[in-house]
Ligand binder design. Structure first.
Ligand code: AMP
Ligand code: FE
Ligand code: FE
Ligand code: ZN
Length: 289
């Protein structure tokens, strides 16, 4: 489903990762936009769940607690939306802790390299993040903007943060298969995020087959970065394996132009995800507030 309406926006970020708004505000904006529900899917953290839960009950909107888990296939970053897993599962917590530590060290090294050529300090990056946030390149982008080196996040990514400029490096991330298996073992439901976006790397039949065997439950079909040709392949695979197709905005507040509810997921698909999950329950689902 494309367009706003009584659907669910299953991919949003708050200031607990690289979004600019607190979780409660993301939830409030989703309610004001008339959405039936949303998933909060900060990168590699569940720290926003508590604030989002309080807001969902207060605002009368359903919340699917989630996360966008980082993984890597060959040299490409593969993001996996994880819904309704147990946030205390020790294997998943250990893995996200490891990713967090690596993200932190990597961000410091990127800043050290940039600082050779531009005025930039680690404190500039910290000034763009909250204490508990998952650190990412968007925070470095915001620090570069604050220093006046580039006009906005997007221009930072197309310039100084573009890998071809040589300042970057990847952070640790598990393979997509391990990520899918970890989410499943924690009672969650894994869905590939923006799998047909040019930056998401190669997807082939064999690889998708492996992920489905490992427990992959669906694809994020309606996402502004997915290409038309790539989407046709996702539909074909979803039919072949009886997987769900979701739609979402990938809202980042003022960090990206993406608008809450610009793509949504059909309620019947959300029901399938909820029925599949055993790690945690949706919030403000009948009787859960
Ligand atoms: P990282 O996880 O640290 O490698 O940073 C990747 C994140 O940067 C993604 O999750 C996006 O939210 C964000 N991002 C990537 N490209 C852009 C862009 N052109 N403009 C704004 N944000 C971007
Ligand atoms: Fe992001
Ligand atoms: Fe992503
Ligand atoms: Zn995202």
């Amino acid at each position: 489903m494309t367009g706003s309406g009584a659907g669910f926006d299953l991919h949003t970020h708050s200031s607990f990762s690289d979004g600019t708004e607190l979780p409660g505000r993301v939830v409030g904006l989703a309610a004001a936009a008339g959405l039936a529900g949303l998933a909060l899917t900060d990168h590699d953290t569940t720290k926003g769940w508590a604030d989002a839960t309080t807001a969902a009950c207060a605002q009368g909107i359903a919340l699917i607690p989630g996360m966008e888990l980082s993984s890597r296939h060959q040299s490409a970053t593969v993001h996996i939306l994880a819904f309704l897993f147990d946030p205390h599962d020790s294997d998943l917590v250990d893995e996200t802790d490891r990713i967090q530590r690596s993200r932190h060290e990597r961000a410091r090294r990127i800043v050290d390299r940039i600082a050779v050529d531009y005025s930039l300090e680690w404190a500039d990056v910290l000034a763009q993040t909250t204490d508990e946030a998952t650190i990412g390149r968007p925070h470095i982008a915001d620090a570069l903007v604050a220093r006046g080196h580039t006009p906005d996040r997007n221009s930072a990514f197309r310039g100084i943060l573009d890998p071809r400029w040589g300042y970057g490096e990847p952070h640790y991330a598990p393979s997509p298969l391990r990520a899918v298996e970890l989410v499943r073992a924690a009672g969650g439901v894994p869905v590939l995020a923006h799998p047909a976006a040019p930056r998401s790397g190669p997807l082939d039949d064999e690889y998708v087959h492996k992920l489905v065997d490992g427990g992959l439950f669906g694809f994020e079909l309606e996402h502004r970065e997915n290409t038309a040709r790539g989407k046709a392949r996702l539909v074909r695979w979803a039919n072949m394996y009886d997987l769900v197709l979701t739609g979402a905005s990938d809202y980042h507040g003022s960090g990206k132009p993406n608008k809450l509810g610009e793509n949504v997921t059909d309620p019947a698909v959300v029901n399938r995800i909820v029925a599949e999950a055993s790690g945690s329950r949706p919030v403000n689902w009948p009787g859960t507030c």
